[in-house]
Ligand binder design. Structure first.
Ligand SMILES: Nc1ncnc2c1ncn2[C@@H]1O[C@H](COP(=O)(O)OP(=O)(O)OP(=O)(O)O)[C@@H](O)[C@H]1O
Ligand SMILES: [Mg+2]
Length: 297
């Protein structure tokens, strides 16, 4: 079975900024791939290349069985896109927002597609209401359902829960999880580690326009962080001292808010881990910060 997305050596520059810098990325059908990266890593640009909203300077891009940019229109017809920013039409009802998209995508049975999308978003009883009467969480659910109204094989989610409060975020996770179990391929960009950990079968860490590491979360943790991380709290000069000792022993150390985190602390044998350190299981966040040098969201 062909991969749903296949990018080879893709480059996209904006003036002197190379947003995507020789990107290789393959997403097999039926998985949810989390594209994890700090601000400016090139995640949204990658999404925009996939939808044909931006054209690559060089490289090969295949989406489903189509070659981009030549067949972008066909690819787009089988793709669902859920943008980061809410661009719902506030002048029409909930169901009309869905119906407009269903017609745009030439869905045969618009009525049935709209009903199904309403069920997915759990908005059946609000169908005739104006969008601006909905709560923030309902609007997000509608935005997601709108992207799925034509039952796409591939779904692109760009930061699906950025800026949402925790309860709405959890609701979105439930919906995205459901989508995955329907067999769609999902590419989801995020900088929320927990989101990637919960939803993604595989994670690709993007930095400066390239994938710098890729794998199942548990494998990435084992490969880059080991088993255990020790967090040490205290005044800055003490932390600097502990850090220097740990690094001298070859253990990577990263900032963790007010603390430092000594990664792979299970490997330490000569007492550089202070007694009062809090030992915990290594996480994907440890991996992310070690690889990108940026503190995670
Ligand atoms: N249309 C554009 N014109 C000029 N520069 C752009 C444009 N789009 C993106 N860039 C630049 O390309 C780089 C990558 O941006 P991109 O939006 O792809 O990052 P991102 O990984 O999505 O970041 P974030 O997590 O902040 O959403 C950034 O330096 C950005 O300023
Ligand atoms: Mg972005």
């Amino acid at each position: 079975m062909d991969a749903a997305i296949k990018l080879r050596g893709v480059v996209k520059a904006f003036g002197s900024i190379t947003a995507v810098d020789g990107l290789d990325l393959e997403v097999p059908q039926g998985i949810c791939l989390g594209l994890l990266g700090p601000n400016g890593a090139g995640k949204s640009t990658t999404m925009r290349l996939l939808t044909g909203q931006a054209i690559a300077d060089s490289g090969e891009l295949r989406v489903l069985e189509y070659e981009l940019p030549r067949e972008a229109k066909k690819a787009r017809a089988e793709m669902g896109v859920v943008p980061q920013l809410d661009n719902l039409d506030v002048d029409v009802t909930v169901e009309d927002n869905l119906a407009v998209y269903a017609r745009l995508y030439r869905v045969k049975d618009v009525r049935a597609a709209v009903d199904e999308a309403l069920d997915l978003a759990r908005l059946r009883d609000r169908r005739r209401e104006a969008v601006d009467k909905l709560s923030g969480g309902m609007r997000r659910r509608l935005l997601l359902a709108r992207g799925l109204v034509h039952n796409p094989r591939l779904v692109l989610l760009d930061e699906p829960t950025v800026g949402l409060d925790p309860q709405i975020r959890t609701e979105m996770w439930t919906l995205i999880g459901g989508l995955r179990s329907r067999g769609a391929t999902i590419l989801m960009s995020t900088h929320y580690i927990e989101e990637a950990e919960r939803l993604a079968d595989e994670v690709a860490v993007m930095h400066h326009g390239k994938i710098i590491s890729r794998g199942r979360p548990a494998d990435l943790i084992a490969e880059h962080a080991g088993r255990e991380t020790a967090e040490v709290y205290g005044p800055p000069d003490r932390l600097a001292e502990v850090r220097a000792e740990a690094e001298a022993e070859g253990l990577p150390v990263r900032p963790a808010g007010p603390a430092i985190a000594i990664v792979g602390s299970e490997a330490s044998t000569n007492g550089v881990i202070p007694e009062d350190a809090i030992r915990r299981a290594a996480t994907l966040e440890d991996v992310f910060v070690l690889l990108t040098g940026e503190e995670a969201a």
